[in-house]
Design a protein around this ligand. Structure first.
Ligand code: BGP
Length: 465
């Protein structure tokens, strides 16, 4: 079967500054630079972000490789810590300005649309230490200054901007489950951080609309949406799945698209004594500054059952998992390396949810992909990684995405995570996701079988399944 995609469909891939560039301006550190400095053992094979995939030095060659596999769009992020010299004043580092200009210009020269995100987990450590990072509304203002600077410097050529990547991961990782620095377990702070990020996003949207001079300019947010499927029809499982959806999906999605948080969620926070500090004026800003377009990162579904309400699970502090637990779906298909269930139909469910409940806002798959460890297992005699598993993974997700689009969902693109194998937080280089492999010792980059396959999909604007 052949499935046609719309003309102008974005066929691309995504990375982030901290995961690809390497630490090119050492004046400031972000939370991950800092964490690696103080606790290298927390990172897989003790590999930190200093070099990453060396994009700072090899961006021209890397963009040429992206062109070779046919990508027409590429998302990365501008790093706050690299661009800005003085966070209070938002003065810039000239070399960083030169670098980001060069990346944007090179993309345009090669016919690749540069899509820019402004925050990908990379809080400056100085702001984390001095103000508590996203716990602070002053930091919200500093972020808006940084964002405004980016719009001024690069907005004449970048037409699609995103304020944040996966804010929920910051909340969960840094404030609840300890996989991001500062690794706190503090429900009240977690909830305030979620609110402050939603507010920062709305304020950045507002700043963009004031500054933007590009006729096609648009701004949105990138969210990891994981539909929550209940274990059974039992009311306890259904209400667990409902809360999981509120917390994991609707909290940021409703704020960004509808301009308000779900009342069910804020009522629960209120009841539990963790409701955020919010002023009328701020809520008005959130209501007024909704997004133009949405990025959806999707990797795996969320299987949900009633929570374990033993004394132990409640003792720690307020955790959202007070209301739900995950479970392993019997008979599920797994990406064994990553420990994630493979369930491509969820992309169809996401598509229809956006169509039916979010005004059919224009959206794209901003990340999807398959992390595989020790991928050199699949090297053939010619030194090419034969990643048929990745081709199948993408095919299946595109199939369900196309079905949602055929039924009217307004999706305009698909980005794989990631173009070139890159560094990934605590996992460092454990999970490889790219169309192109990186040898982390020699920095040699080689197109995988999936990259060649994708080129054909893009050329034909068509998927064969
Ligand atoms: C997403 C993040 C990316 C990337 C990806 C893969 O949540 O937006 O930054 O890290 O996950 O993650 P990992 O390599 O840990 O499997």
């Amino acid at each position: 079967m052949k499935i046609d995609f719309p003309e102008q469909f974005w066929w691309g891939a995504a990375t982030s500054g901290p995961q690809s560039e390497g630490r090119f301006n050492k004046k400031h550190a972000n939370v991950f630079d800092h964490w690696f400095e103080i606790e290298p053992d927390a990172f897989y094979d003790q590999v930190g972000p200093d070099v990453a995939s060396n994009f700072y030095n090899s961006y021209k060659e890397d963009i040429a490789l992206m062109k070779e596999i046919g990508l027409n769009s590429f998302r990365t992020s501008i790093q706050w810590t690299r661009l800005i010299d003085d966070f209070e004043e938002a003065t810039v580092n000239e070399d960083a300005v030169r670098f980001y200009n060069a990346v944007i210009d090179e993309c345009l020269l090669q016919g690749i649309r540069p899509v820019i995100n402004l925050f990908h987990f990379d809080m400056p450590i100085a702001l984390q230490k001095k103000y508590g990072g996203w716990e602070s509304k002053h930091v919200v203002e500093l972020y808006v200054k940084f964002a405004s600077k980016c719009f001024q410097l690069f907005g004449d050529r970048v037409t699609e901007w995103f304020t944040f990547n996966e804010p929920l991961v910051i909340v969960d990782g840094a404030y609840l489950y300890q996989f991001h620095y500062p690794k706190l377990v503090d429900g009240r702070k977690a909830v305030q951080v979620a609110y402050n990020i939603a507010l920062a996003s709305a304020k950045a949207v507002k700043a963009y609309r004031k500054i933007n001079t590009h006729v096609d300019g648009k701004i949105g947010i990138i969210l990891n949406l994981t539909p929550s499927y209940p274990a059974s029809d039992d009311p306890a499982d259904l209400s667990a799945a409902r809360f999981a959806d509120l917390w994991m999906n609707e909290m940021f999605l409703d704020a960004a698209v509808k301009g308000q948080f779900p009342k069910e969620l804020t009522d629960t926070f209120q009841k539990d004594g963790v409701l955020w500090d919010a002023s009328e004026a701020e809520l008005y800003q959130i209501a007024e500054n909704t997004i133009d377009l949405l990025g959806v990162n999707f990797y795996h579904p969320n299987r949900v059952q009633r929570p374990d309400v033993s004394a132990d699970s409640l003792a720690v502090d307020w955790l959202p998992t007070k209301y739900f637990d995950g479970f392993a779906m019997p008979g599920r298909r797994m990406n064994v390396d990553k420990g994630w269930e493979i369930y491509p139909q969820a992309l169809y469910d996401i598509a229809l949810n956006i169509r039916d409940n979010y005004g059919n806002i224009p959206w794209f798959v901003s990340e999807n992909g398959m992390g595989v460890s020790k991928e050199e297992r699949y090297l053939n005699e010619d030194g090419i990684i034969e990643d048929d598993y990745r081709i199948q993974f993408i095919q299946e997700h595109l199939y369900w995405l196309a079905k949602g689009m055929a039924e009217g969902s307004n999706c305009f693109g698909f980005h794989l995570w990631t173009p070139i194998d890159c560094w990934s937080w605590m996992n460092a280089y454990r999970n490889r996701y790219g169309f192109i492999s990186t040898n982390i010792h020699t920095q040699v980059k080689t197109i995988k079988k999936s990259g060649r396959w994708f080129r054909k999909v893009v050329e034909e604007n068509q998927l064969e399944v």
